[in-house]
Design a protein. Structure first.
Length: 236
């Protein structure tokens, strides 16, 4: 390759810098997921402009995006509010998770090689670390990375697109269930069982562990959202 062409190629921007809207969107999303903005709370444009230091046009774009993600509701005459957590919606999300995740886990277990297992172990070790620190943002990131590797390895790209579109609501439910007793040990321990099944290339064990993990998380959500005292305690 000509040296001039090489020098010009080095100028290429591989990753575009985040726009103001993207930064504001990320911070608003995190604030809602973490519970900083409570369910049902009004989102006042003027206050948000002052808090984030952005224009009303940016805030309106952000709110429209968060509405599409299911984190914001638009009420007639009241404007935007933080979407309320509803058990019927949560139950459907857990059903989707159980189906898509267990299938991806099963297929991943069949074909996982040493490289994939090493990547999963790294994500799992990071999950253990941030769980000991009781860091919800870190737990969300490490858990998402663990599942991303699984879906990518299994070739379930369309399923991962669906999970990604639901990710904001899944993350919100994860943070909610993290408030339960024994939250920093039970969820990671269940995810480790999924990993052990993949490590042994045993799709049945891995898939069963995945379904048990999601069922446990759904149980906690049921307790919190509708007071179902018969549900188990664990999960992410």
């Amino acid at each position: 390759m000509d040296k001039t062409v090489q020098n010009l190629a080095s100028l290429r921007i591989e990753t575009a810098p985040a726009t103001l809207r993207e930064i504001a969107l990320g911070r608003m999303r995190r604030a809602i997921i973490s519970g900083l903005f409570e369910p049902g709370g009004r989102l006042v444009e003027r206050s948000l402009c002052e808090q984030l230091g952005v224009s009303r046009s940016v805030i309106r774009e952000v709110i429209r995006h968060l509405e599409a993600e299911g984190l914001v509701e638009m009420l007639q005459k009241q404007g935007p509010i933080v979407a309320r957590l509803d058990w019927n919606d949560a139950r459907q999300i857990y059903d989707i998770r159980a189906s898509l995740e267990s299938t991806a886990v099963s297929d991943c277990a069949r074909i996982a090689d040493a490289k994939v297992k090493a990547s999963l172990k790294k994500a799992l070790n990071e999950l253990d670390r941030v769980s000991r620190l009781n860091s919800p943002p870190g737990i969300l990131d490490a858990t998402t990375e663990f599942y991303r590797i699984i879906f990518e390895t299994s070739g379930h790209s369309i399923a991962w697109e669906i999970v990604t579109r639901l990710n904001s609501r899944i993350s919100r439910l994860r943070v909610m269930t993290l408030s339960s007793a024994n939250r920093t040990t039970s969820g990671p321990a269940q995810i480790r069982e999924i990993f052990l099944g993949i490590e042994r290339n045993d799709p049945d064990v891995a898939s069963a562990a995945c379904r048990e993990h999601v069922a446990a998380a759904a149980g906690i959500a049921a307790v919190i959202l509708q007071g179902d005292k018969s549900s188990p305690d664990a999960g992410l």
